[in-house]
Design a protein around this ligand. Structure first.
Ligand code: T1G
Length: 655
């Protein structure tokens, strides 16, 4: 085998040119890969010793897409669509041998080949929309020619990959290989030698009902919730039926270039790489996690029940502890109810639900946790209660059992003072509902050992959740920033804005729900009890807004009491004149001349305070990266990935 380029290998075996892409870890189609591939294809086309060609990927996968790290930089020749055309125009049959994932540009390279041979567990997909763009290598124009229009619209607009077996059924894969994939592809290629190559671009799109296609596109745009790329990808796919291929490809390129330069695409790339960076934690480099299989969850309230469900669904043996039989029954009921809803929606079978519930050990005896490898507490968020529990747990569990607190606001370093061998103590701050929300703030306490931190990260990964490591401060990362966000919302109320105006501004910015609607959903009483707890030590010179206190004093705790920042007649969120009157009274009490706020000023002001608090968090070492902070808000506070997160947005505004 010779090196056609540093990242593309060349070998001729029985008159078949084997062109291998060798750019670990995922064979991303970087400029060097594209140049090497183009050179190898042109060489094969002119080499009299070559009758046919196979393109394959070295390592664990075919090509997982264009090199995302090149985006945002000037395009570098050859452009992927040019390489695809060269493959398609090769005078000798070119077969793509696909294993692992042929995604994005990888799928497009395979589409441009004259045939595709795949390993049975290979996947094909066009996930570009998840990066805020559309396929840029001809994927919107070739895919419908092989899988049909409706399926192509769905694949290009959702980014969801399909397996090789399904792809074979659709006509995207010509044959499935057992054993040596490259050898199978070479055999297939030999079988095509001497025949005129079947250019995908010349394949007619199978007949389809245009009304169905338009309806599919309307559905895509309805579900896109403000993200531009899905609708654009769907519409560009349909254009394959209206335009000659080269015109369609030119139109696709134009849409790709416009979207790749968009803020949404930059935000989505930011989140893509952020999710890979966040797992790189200096303190745990080279540190092995402890094996965990038996998990105790103490406290079966809303959080504890959700945590128990998450651990059971990840395959752990779970023991749930409560203080009384009644509380235990209530906790069992919450867990049962969670799975009952899954059964009702068809996501879970009755038998599986029963098996899961039967598999949980319920007890009021802390002693049964003697064999636990990890215990997570989710009891009432009171320091005395938690300290007492951890003292008792220290006497019950084994010396190496990891002890984790789910506290939101207490100081875990204070809780650790009662733990025997505090190196095994860590924070696992789940977000409600714990079995649904992806985010877990893994709190690296002063005493937490590297092994315990590594164990917490491994457990969080097995729970299929996103771990963000934080240091210790009040509210850690998310709630600390959320507190200043909430305070700034209330400052703006006193200065002239109204709750529904702030909500409308943040919802048109892209949040699924405005802050005051969220406060009503989560309950005003929780923050109120925190404020009352801190009242004695509050700085009298610090601006304090009493509007929320007045609502709480009226018993307006939000949805659960039928009124909060909004009224909820028959459950429908309604602007309440009584609240507006209170807001205006509070402004008057402070002699504030109320003024109007534009939506952009509301958004800019809130993004700015979040960014400033995030910078303070970074300066204090509470979070390792600005992108970690963004992931907290994307995965725990309803920020859509297409916004990138508060730090990304603050940086965008700084320019
Ligand atoms: N470009 C650059 N780096 C990439 C990459 C890519 N496309 N995909 C992965 N990486 C890096 C990643 O950052 C990480 O780096 C390492 O590879 C392992 O990734 C023209 C324009 C393929 C399913 O969207 O979905 O083609 O942290 O941890 O869990 O139309 O990576 O080790 O330094 O995710 O095994 C379309 C994106 C691009 C696929 C493997 N393709 N990648 O998952 O490993 S746009 C995608 C993935 C495009 C064309 C358009 C996953 C994976 P590091 P990983 P994994």
């Amino acid at each position: 085998m010779s090196e056609a380029s540093p990242v593309v290998t060349w070998e001729i075996r029985d008159r078949v040119a084997l062109i291998g892409i060798d750019h670990p870890p995922v064979n991303a189609a970087s400029q060097a890969v594209r140049a090497g591939l183009l050179a190898a294809i042109e060489r094969a086309g002119g080499d009299p010793a070559v009758d046919a060609v196979v393109i394959f990927g070295h390592g664990r996968t075919f090509v997982a897409g264009a090199d995302i790290r090149e985006f945002g930089k000037p395009p570098a020749s050859p452009i992927l669509f040019e390489v695809c055309l060269a493959i398609e125009d090769c005078p000798k049959p070119v077969v793509a041998a696909v294993h692992g994932t042929a995604l994005g540009g990888g799928c497009e390279l395979a589409l441009a080949a004259h045939a595709r041979v795949a390993a049975k567990d290979a996947k094909f997909g066009q996930p570009e929309v998840n990066l805020g763009i559309v396929p840029g290598g001809g994927g919107t124009q070739r895919l419908p020619r092989l899988v049909g229009m409706l399926r192509a619209i769905e694949m290009n607009a959702t980014g969801k990959p399909i397996g090789a077996v399904e792809a074979a059924g659709l006509g995207l894969v010509d044959s499935l290989a057992d054993g040596d994939l490259v050898a199978a592809a070479a055999r297939h290629a030999r079988g095509l030698a001497g025949l005129p190559p079947r250019k995908t671009r010349d394949v007619a799109i199978p007949a389809f009902d245009r009304a169905d296609a338009e309806a599919a596109i309307a559905g895509v745009e309805r579900r896109a919730r403000g993200q531009i790329s899905p609708g654009e990808a769907a519409r560009m796919t349909l254009k394959a039926a209206d335009l000659p291929f080269m015109e369609g490809q030119a139109a696709e390129r134009e849409v790709f270039l416009r979207l790749v330069a968009s803020d949404q695409a930059a935000a989505l790339r930011h989140v893509f790489f952020a999710e890979r960076e966040v797992a790189k934690v200096a303190k745990t480099e080279g540190v092995a996690a402890r094996p965990i299989s038996r998990v105790g969850v103490v406290g079966a309230g809303t959080m504890g029940a959700g945590i128990a469900v998450a651990f059971v669904e990840a395959g752990y043996a779970v023991t749930v502890i409560e203080t009384t039989d009644a509380a235990l029954d209530a906790g069992r009921g919450r867990i049962d109810g969670t799975w009952a809803r899954s059964v009702a929606s068809g996501r879970l079978g009755e038998a599986d639900k029963a098996a899961r519930l039967d598999g949980i050990r319920f007890s009021t005896d802390l002693g049964v946790l003697a064999d636990a490898d990890l215990v997570v507490e989710a009891v009432f968020d009171d320091a005395e209660v938690k300290r007492g529990l951890f003292a008792r747990l220290s006497a019950v569990v084994g010396p190496d059992c990891v002890l984790a607190t789910n506290t939101s606001y207490l100081d875990p370093n204070d809780l650790a003072t009662v733990v025997v061998n505090p190196g095994r103590f860590v924070g696992l701050h789940f977000f409600s509902p714990a079995n649904v929300m992806r985010l877990v703030e893994v709190v690296d306490c002063a005493a937490t050992s590297p092994e315990t931190l590594a164990t917490a990260l491994a457990v969080t990964k097995k729970l299929r959740k996103l771990a963000v490591v934080t240091g210790v401060c009040e509210g850690f990362v998310g709630n600390r920033i959320w507190a200043v966000f909430r305070r700034e919302c209330e400052f703006m109320l006193e200065d002239g804005a109204l709750p529904h105006e702030i909500d409308a501004a943040m919802e048109s910015f892209g949040l699924a729900m405005g802050p005051f609607a969220v406060f009503d959903l989560s309950g005003l009483d929780i923050a109120w009890s925190l404020r009352k707890r801190k009242a004695a030590t509050r700085d009298p010179n610090e601006r304090y807004v009493a509007i929320a206190d007045r609502l709480c004093e009226m018993g307006r705790f939000g949805r659960k009491t039928g009124a909060g920042w909004y009224a909820y007649p028959d459950g429908k969120k309604t602007v309440d004149r009584q609240v507006i009157a209170i807001v205006e009274e509070e402004s008057a009490k402070k002699g504030i001349a109320r003024r109007p706020f534009s939506p952009s000023e509301i958004v800019d002001r809130l993004v700015a305070v979040m960014g400033r608090e995030g910078e303070a968090i970074l300066a204090e070492g509470i979070a390792a990266r600005a992108s970690d902070i963004d992931l907290v808000f994307v995965n725990g506070y309803g920020w859509p990935p297409r916004l990138g997160g508060p730090m990304f947005q603050a940086a965008l505004r700084r320019g």
